[in-house]
Design a protein around this ligand. Structure first.
Ligand code: UDP
Length: 246
């Protein structure tokens, strides 16, 4: 049973349970994809039905943003915990290492995926890095073909939303991949170009504030995020069904 937060469906899992579910998908022979929605996804998907449908068809949907957790609480359908995509990705790399599996990294600026790959291999010697590709390409079909030829077990798709989710949904059948995960700016973190917030900030649910402090240009994107909480409050007060527009 998924939890509906303002029209986007989430799996209500602990990190251990999510990793277990992800590992299960990694062991199956068919294509699966995981999404990591934050409040921005919820707002964007209100105006983009294709994006919302793709999010809601995902094999696993984990709340990557404290705003989602607060909105869930306000709506009276609390989620167990925030599951940062980057931490889920780290756990999937552990699983892949245990299996000696193949990894493809897609996204970010030229050179970033290669450096992220080097760092990953330094810590996970059993992983086979079967390909990298930056996220500023023109020909989606050619990139999907390149991934399909590389036959990765695990694919990180880091193109920002909704581009990464649309890529996974559109090309999944051609990727020869067991598990694709949409991970936003994760390659920048794995390459060491972006730092995550210190643990104390994270524990306080202030990772977003740290990011804003480090990258003030995100302000334009972030000012509208409290809207998710306002909408949740409004919906709760009105007791309206989640699929009706506010
Ligand atoms: N990106 C990309 N192709 C594009 C647009 C963005 O590869 O056409 C990359 C960008 O370089 C960054 C990531 O996608 O590494 C998106 O980062 P963002 O900050 O939007 O994601 P978040 O961390 O907020 O999910």
């Amino acid at each position: 049973m998924k939890t509906d937060i303002l029209g986007v469906l989430f799996d209500d899992l602990t990190m251990d349970q999510a990793v277990q579910a992800g590992a299960g998908l990694l062991d199956e022979d068919t294509f699966h994809y995981v999404v990591t929605p934050n409040p921005e996804f919820i707002l964007d998907s209100e105006k983009d039905p294709e994006f919302r449908a793709i999010l809601n068809r995902a094999d696993l949907s984990i709340p990557d943003g404290v705003g989602v957790i607060y909105a869930a609480k306000i709506l009276g359908t609390p989620l167990r915990e925030r599951l940062p995509g980057i931490e889920f990705a780290g756990a999937m790399l552990e699983e892949l290492d245990r299996r000696g599996g193949r990894l493809f990294l897609l996204g970010a600026k030229p050179g970033v995926a290669e450096r992220a790959g080097e760092n990953i291999l330094a810590q996970h010697p059993n992983i086979v890095l079967c390909g990298t590709q930056d996220g500023y390409f023109q020909d989606e079909a050619a990139v999907a073909h390149q991934i399909g030829q590389a036959r990765p077990d695990l694919l990180f798709v880091c193109l920002g939303a909704p581009k990464q989710e649309k890529f996974m949904a559109r090309w999944g059948a051609y990727l020869n991949t067991r598990l694709a995960i949409g991970l936003g700016g994760a390659l920048d973190v794995l390459a060491g170009d972006t730092q995550r917030a210190p643990e104390a900030w994270r524990k306080l649910g202030l990772e977003w504030a740290y990011r804003l402090f480090k990258e003030p240009k995100r302000l334009g994107r972030m000012v509208r995020l409290p809207l998710v909480l306002v909408k949740a409050l409004w919906r709760r007060l009105l007791g309206r069904r989640a699929d009706k527009p506010i």
